[in-house]
Write a protein that binds this ligand. Structure first.
Ligand code: 3H9
Length: 698
């Protein structure tokens, strides 16, 4: 037995206690210990039942993800499950906290399952680019039928104990110490002469239209393969004897283990957790945060206020006039009533948030006692400086002054106050109460505890916070500007915006760049182009047709027309033929003979532009690590999670080939396609972006 499994005896019942903090992942030592524990119980005179229980905060969070990609060591998890199920003793799993993936598979191999009311179960393997690989695709359909099994396995969603009980996954939900509950349940089974009840011996589930389920799942996954493959594994449960079904599951699992998608999703899993782990924050205590001020109650300000209220902060929102203040109050109430309708908050909480926790004022003096204030006013340096001047005058010493600017120079804003060390950028993404990303923009003089407070706020708001340095657009918008330009160039040279959007949606993006422009409002890009016109490099190729779309008053979805035409109330549009005419006219004017682009070339150029700019962002220290860029694109820009992010994608493609492509594109436009020095350096050294992540983790 390993020290990862405790063995105790309670009358006729042996208890196997898993002790592998923090979440009892099924590491090699745990698997060995479980097998040894079963043998010990079977050899222990008088033992009639075994209870498996987890120590600490969870039953079992699943296979040990850190072992993936390494040589698997015996006993393999499916064999551990079989060993448990085949035991002549009655086996009970007593679950608390989470039982996920392999954790639920261990429970499904037990003959009975009991759970705490707060317990949750799920099969999240699809979020790692996998399917369950230790029998869940074979046992669960036998236990609860095909449809609910497919729902759980293809979505990866977690269900609470009550739902698990009603689905038939759990036999009983009882509150108490998990070990006591499990032992009492086992004693009762012994007393009533209950039989062993191996799920594998239950009847095969009834079949469904498998091809339709496969196609539907593939479509829903937008290019992600593992959920669709899970359908095939469940199909095997219906069509094959149990042992053969297990082999079919294993085959699919091992094939998925070899995919780029599995690597991408596991990179996303660990990066999500590493992103807030910065050496500069070690040992730095954040400042206390209870009340938050917000300047501006437009969509962004109201969204931030909503997020802050939902996280339990008191909010003071400042508007300029009474009617604007009322409108802001209405926006926040609207956002919160959405949360109420979705069951995220109770009516009581809603009332408290809108009445007590929220103050809307037209007087800056109301900010005198707030701990942190976030400015979300018009993107104009003059306006921002005026606001920060007022904040500097009214806010208490030690209050943090934050700007939600999406591209302006936070150093310049900080310098306009008497307390630059207390100034930081907190760049939210709209709608701020829904989007997960927060860029924490650290200016030259920002104090470490102010940075730590930015991250603490992000955590409280349930955001993925990423550290960014100061530059035009920080991490996300700066990279966006570049890949967006690559798309504009392709349009000038012959691709249509509609083909580009489609190619990128097929690649896995939630939307293509032109549809995104329509959604955000084309006037935003128009304003940016005007702002940048004066400082533009002479070699820059900037199309003028997008200005013409705007000049005609077409700003996208909000006006019903942009790159696409939207029927009233519709979010999906049809291509706008006027755009094609404007593009054709501009090509003629510039003497460009349009050429054909394949979808593959579109994706390659778009991604190459993204990665090249991202490498510059990392090389300049704007992002500390490649994984920071990956998380920004994943959580703020609809990048497909199964690629892990653009830097992970680049690693998977191979950096030398990508650099070679960039160098070949540079022959057409040396200014735009200038290779990033960091990319050249990594290729020369035979390293990749993940090597930089690993170096930073040391
Ligand atoms: C599987 O089971 C395959 C099988 O079907 C077949 C096999 C043959 N392994 O998230 P947290 C670490 S696939 C290793 O911050 P929370 C995590 O990295 C697996 N490590 O806490 C973190 O480390 P650190 C299916 C793991 O309370 C620490 O634990 N299971 C694992 O917010 C705390 O995690 C899953 O996909 C793991 N399985 O959330 C479950 N899980 O402190 C994935 C966590 O060094 N895990 N760690 O940064 C989760 O969803 C959440 O971590 C969980 C806890 C809900 C468990």
């Amino acid at each position: 037995m390993t020290d990862k499994i405790g063995y105790t005896r309670k009358g006729d019942v042996a208890v196997l206690r898993i002790k592998n903090p923090p979440v009892n992942a099924l590491s090699h030592a745990v698997r060995e210990g479980l097998v040894a524990g079963m043998a010990q119980a079977e050899a222990d005179d008088g033992v009639k039942a075994v209870v498996i229980v987890g120590e600490g905060r969870a039953f079992i969070a699943g296979a040990d993800i850190t072992e993936f990609g390494k040589t698997p060591l015996e006993p393999f998890l499916p064999d551990v499950c079989k060993r448990i199920e085949d035991s002549p003793l009655i086996v009970v799993a007593s679950m608390h906290g989470v039982s996920l993936g392999g954790g639920l598979e261990i429970a499904l191999s037990a003959h009975y399952r009991v759970a705490q009311p707060s317990a949750k179960v799920g099969l999240p393997e699809v979020h790692l680019g996998l399917i369950p690989g230790a029998g869940a695709t074979q046992r669960l359909p036998r236990l609860i039928g095909v449809d609910p099994s497919l729902d759980l396995i293809t979505s990866g969603r977690q269900v609470k104990a009550a739902e698990a009980e009603s689905l038939g996954i759990v036999d009983q939900v009882t509150e108490g110490d998990p070990e006591d509950v499990g032992v009492a349940y086992a004693e009762n089974l012994i007393a009533t002469n209950a039989p062993r009840r191996p799920v594998s011996e239950m009847a095969a589930p009834a079949p469904i239209d498998w091809d339709a389920a496969y196609d539907g799942t593939l479509k829903k996954g937008r290019g992600q393969i593992s959920p669709a493959q899970a359908v095939r594994a469940v199909q095997a449960a219906a069509e094959l004897p149990f042992d053969e079904g297990m082999l079919a599951e294993r085959k699919i699992f091992m094939e998925l283990m070899e995919t780029d998608q599995r690597q991408g999703m596991i990179h996303a899993f660990f990066s999500e957790r590493a992103v807030g782990n910065l050496p500069e924050l070690k040992g730095v205590e954040p400042r206390a945060l209870q009340s938050i001020g917000i300047i501006g109650g437009g969509t962004m300000g109201a969204g931030i206020a909503t997020a802050a209220l939902l996280a339990g902060f008191n909010v003071v929102l400042i508007e300029m006039k009474e009617d604007a203040a009322e409108a802001a109050r209405g926006r926040i109430a609207g956002n919160l009533s959405g949360a109420l309708k979705r069951g995220k908050i109770t009516q009581m909480k809603y009332d408290a948030m809108t009445n007590t926790a929220l103050e809307v004022s037209i007087n800056y003096d109301s900010l005198a006692s707030v701990d942190l204030v976030i400015e979300a006013v018009f993107e104009d340096m003059g306006v921002k400086k005026e606001v920060f001047g007022k904040l500097d005058a009214v806010c208490k010493p030690g209050a943090i002054l934050a700007s939600n600017t999406s591209y302006l120079d936070v150093d310049e804003i900080a310098a306009s106050t008497s307390r630059p060390a207390d100034v930081i950028g907190l760049h939210f993404f709209s709608p701020a109460h829904i989007m997960k990303l927060l860029e924490v923009v650290v200016a030259e003089k920002t104090a470490p505890d102010v940075v730590a407070t930015g991250f603490a706020l992000g955590k409280a708001l349930n955001k993925i916070s990423v550290r960014a340095g100061v530059c035009d657009g920080f991490i996300g918008n700066r990279i966006l500007a570049t890949y967006r330009t690559a798309a504009d160039h392709m349009v000038l040279d012959g691709a249509s915006p509609f083909q580009i959007d489609k190619a990128l949606v097929d690649f896995g993006f939630a939307m293509g760049p032109f549809a995104v422009g329509d959604l955000a409002g084309l006037d935003i890009g128009w304003a940016t182009r005007k702002r940048k016109a004066a400082t533009r490099h002479p070699a820059e190729r900037v199309p003028t047709y997008p200005d013409k779309i705007c000049e005609a008053g077409n700003f996208g979805q909000k006006t019903g027309k942009g790159y696409y035409i939207y029927e009233a109330g519709s979010r999906g549009g049809v291509p706008n033929p006027e755009v094609s005419e404007l593009i054709a006219a501009e090509r003629a004017e510039r003497d460009i003979t349009p050429r054909d682009f394949t979808d593959a070339e579109i994706v390659r150029r778009y991604m190459a532009a993204m990665v090249n700019e991202a490498a510059k962002v990392v090389g300049e220290g704007i992002a500390k690590r490649p994984l920071d860029v990956d998380m920004v694109l994943l959580f703020g820009y609809g990048f497909p999670r199964y690629w892990g992010g653009p830097m992970k994608w680049a690693d998977l493609q191979g950096l030398p080939a990508l650099l070679a492509d960039i160098e070949s594109y540079a022959k057409e436009d040396a200014w735009f396609w200038e290779p990033a020095p960091l990319l050249k350096q990594l290729v020369a050294e035979g390293r990749n972006f993940d090597d930089l992540n690993k170096q930073a983790a040391k």
